[in-house]
Each structure stands twice: as C-alpha cells, then as structure tokens.
Write a protein that binds this ligand. Structure first.
Ligand SMILES: *[C@@H]1O[C@H](CO)[C@@H](O)[C@H](O)[C@H]1NC(C)=O
Ligand SMILES: *[C@@H]1O[C@H](CO)[C@@H](O)[C@H](O)[C@H]1NC(C)=O
Ligand SMILES: *[C@@H]1O[C@H](CO)[C@@H](O)[C@H](O)[C@H]1NC(C)=O
Ligand SMILES: *[C@@H]1O[C@H](CO)[C@@H](O)[C@H](O)[C@H]1NC(C)=O
Length: 395
C-alpha cells in the first residue's frame, strides 16, 4: 500500500517535471525533451517530440524554448491539434548554413493548425550568407532556397515579438491562412541579399501586419494572388523593395487580390514605395486587383514612391508587346509625402486592354531630385483631390 503511494507520488513528480500547468495552460519545456542549447547539437528530434505532446494535449498548451542558442534542422509542426497552442521562443534558433541540408523549401513550418500563437522575444537566425550566392532565381528558374518560417492553413492565429535575421529566402511565407495577426516583428537581411522578402502572403484572408520593422534585400511585404482583406499599419520598411501587390497575371488561373490597406507606414531608402505589378501577358486567365487604400505614408529617398506597373517583365520572360489582363480598380493613394530619388514620384502605367478604373490621388506631396518630380499616367481613369505635388496626371 505504502510503496504504491510512493510510486504514484514519484510518477506524478516525474510528470510535473516534464510539464507543468500554469493558469490552465499546460507547459512543455524543450529542455525536458533533451534539446541542447549549445549552438551545436542538432535539435529537430527534441522539437518534434515536444510538438507532438503539446499538440495532442487536450486544451491550452505552451511549448517553451528558453534562452540559449539551438541549432535546428528543418522541421514541420503539423496539426490539427486540440485547443490553443502557444509556441514561446525566448532563445535563438539557428539554421544549418548549407542549403543542401534542406530537403524542403522551408526551415520551420507550421501546417493545419487553428489558434496558434508564436511569440516570446526570440530570434530565427536563417544563416543566409553562405546560401545567397547559390540563389539562381535571378535568372527566373531555380530550386528555391528554404524560407525561414512557413505557415500553411493556419487560422485564428498570431505571431508577435519575434525577430528573424538573414533568412536564406523569404523570412515569413504565409499561405492559405485566415484571421492571422502579425505584430511587433523585426525582420532583417542585408540590402543586397537576393529574394529575402520580409513577409509574403498569398491565398489568405483577414491578415493584419502591424507595428513592425522590416529591412531586407527584396520586398518588405509582398501580397500575392488570392488574398482578401490584408491590413498593414505602422510598418517601417527599408532598405528593400517596398510593399508590393503582385506580381499577378502570369498564370492560366484567375488571380484576384481584393481589399488591401497600407496605413501609417514609413519607407526609407527603398526601391519602390507602394507598388502594384502585373505581367503584360495577354494569354493569362486575368483577374482583378481592387479595393486598395494607401493612407498616411512617409517616403524618404524612395526611387519610385507610387507605382502601378502593368508591364512587369523581369528577365524579359514575357512579350513586352502584350497587355495585362488583370483589371485594376478602386485604388486610393491618400496623404503620401516625402522625397523621391528619381523624378518618377508617381507612375501609373496601366494596361491598354484593361485600363485602371477609379484611381484616386489625394494630398500627394513628393519632392524629386533637385526639386523636380513628375506624375505620369497611361491608360488610367480616375481623379485627384487636395494638394498635388507633383501636379497630378489625373484630372
Ligand atoms: C553559433 O555557431 C555559429 C557557427 O559556428 C557561430 O557563427 C555563432 O557565432 C555561434 N553563436 C553563438 C551565440 O555562440
Ligand atoms: C480556415 O478558415 C477558412 C476561411 O474562413 C475556412 O475556409 C477553412 O475551412 C478554415 N480551416 C480550418 C482548418 O478551420
Ligand atoms: C493611423 O494614424 C492615425 C493618426 O495618428 C490614427 O488615428 C489611426 O488610428 C491610425 N490607423 C491605424 C490603422 O493604425
Ligand atoms: C473601394 O474600396 C474600398 C476599400 O476597400 C471599399 O470600402 C469600397 O466599398 C470600394 N468601393 C467600391 C465602389 O467598390
């Protein structure tokens, strides 16, 4: 009798060592799963084990990754799980340097999960510097390098207080996620690192990105096809290529982007500020980009602050005589001010066959080099209101 009690007590103690319950949230510590934060031991087995236990736990649970540097190979955290799952990264996760060690297009991936919270003040170190020279995507065909963090089919979730540095490819790739909030993230990679977009979102809805700082070698945020209601606010971009929608209109499936807002943002030293880009491919299936508001945006030394480019054709991979079948409409650029490093402060270059409709320029104040800047329109229907410097190409 006595020994059975002792045994029970001991096993209870052992269990509570592995995980504890705090305010109704079961806590799983990776260190209790033999993760070793010595910056050398490869930890993917320990991370996968802790994920499986946390995911299976019925109810709220939290994985804690304490301070320290964890060398981690590529991992996939799959759902569905039971209840709200927190992933608290306090330490640094360091990726393998060689891209050959990745069998997949990602480093850390989460799939098919609802109510996921990734937070904790920690850092994802993608160790891109060794891999960037192998990026052959500049020529238009390549085996992609792994993105640092991939979220696929994740609903009602959030990422906050996370840093990502030197991703090999995109920092975050968001696909088919609904009601996702991303805030207080800091993403950085050198200005000359290839394809290191901050956040790429596609096929998703009700995604908000706010209060973040993104400095990379490519797009700050890129909004691909299939998105609805993407809200961006209080984001500081630069260096990098700015916030772009597209590219759209190259494929034989219809591609739409419906509802984007970019509010209270700052661009410093970026190639573009706010951009919409579509391919001039008249064979493609078409689609639309509509319902966008760009409001209260400061541009500091931006090459092309306001840019609609329906002749987007990198590496001459298209027929430049073609005309885009993506219909752009209902786009408002409001309260946008600052400096442009080229004279093309406002450039609205729309499709011959599908001219832009309902474009509004309201209170624009952009100074070009030596005080000179221009506003140019082709195939655009719209209106301007309020202050217009440079003088608007719309009526
Ligand atoms: C971890 O190891 C890498 C590669 O050896 C090294 O560059 C880095 O400085 C180390 N980080 C820490 C915190 O020790
Ligand atoms: C996620 O949300 C979308 C849109 O509301 C819905 O179509 C999809 O079924 C949801 N996925 C899951 C796994 O709940
Ligand atoms: C943008 O800034 C204005 C003025 O500070 C504020 O009233 C508004 O709520 C902000 N909007 C967002 C979406 O942050
Ligand atoms: C234009 O877009 C705005 C912002 O998404 C939306 O509120 C408004 O209803 C749209 N207007 C039309 C006529 O579709």
């Amino acid at each position: 009798m006595y020994s059975r009690l002792v045994l029970q007590t001991l096993s209870l103690l052992a269990f509570s060592f592995v995980c504890t319950l705090i305010h109704g949230t079961k806590v799983f510590n990776v260190l209790h799963y033999k993760a070793v934060p010595n910056n050398k031991t490869e930890n993917s087995k320990a991370f996968m084990k802790v994920w499986v236990d946390s995911c299976r736990w019925k109810g709220k649970s939290r994985i804690v990754i304490p301070h320290g540097t964890y060398y981690l190979g590529s991992v996939v955290f799959r759902g569905p799980c039971n209840g709200r799952k927190e992933f608290m990264i306090k330490g640094v996760l360091r990726a393998p340097t060689s891209p050959d060690l990745f069998l997949t297009d990602h480093w850390i991936s989460f799939q098919n999960i609802n109510n996921l919270i990734i937070y904790g003040g920690g850092t994802l170190d993608g160790q891109g510097a060794v891999a960037w020279p192998y990026n052959s995507c500049q020529t238009g065909s390549c085996k992609p390098l792994p993105v640092s963090l991939r979220l696929d089919f994740i609903n009602d979730s959030a990422i906050s207080n996370i840093k990502s540095i030197n991703s090999k490819n995109f920092h975050f790739n968001i696909f088919s996620c609904y009601r996702l909030g991303i805030r207080h993230v800091t993403l950085s990679a050198p200005p000359d690192s290839p394809n290191t977009d901050g956040i790429h979102v596609s096929g998703s809805g009700d995604v908000s990105i706010d209060t973040s700082v993104i400095s990379t070698g490519d797009d700050c945020i890129s909004i691909g096809p299939g998105n609805q209601r993407i809200r961006i606010s209080n984001v500081m971009c630069g260096p990098g290529h700015g916030i772009s929608v597209g590219s759209m209109g190259k494929s034989d499936v219809k591609e739409n982007v419906d509802g984007v807002s970019v509010v209270n943002c700052t661009f410093i030293g970026t190639l573009n500020g706010v951009q919409i880009k579509t391919w001039p491919d008249s064979q493609a299936a078409g689609g639309f980009a509509s319902g966008f508001v760009y409001d209260n945006i400061l541009m500091k030394n931006v090459d092309n602050p306001i840019f609609i480019n329906q002749q987007y054709c990198p590496f001459n991979l298209c027929n430049p005589q073609g005309s885009s079948k993506i219909q752009i409409s209902n786009i408002t650029f409001r309260n946008i001010w600052g400096t442009s490093t080229t004279k093309d402060a406002v450039k609205l270059d729309c499709s011959k066959t599908n001219p832009c409709q309902d474009i509004a320029l309201e209170n624009i104040y952009l100074i070009g080099p030596a005080g000179f800047a221009s506003s140019s329109c082709s195939n655009v229907q719209g209106k301007s209101r309020g202050l217009q410097k440079p003088r608007s190409c719309l009526n």
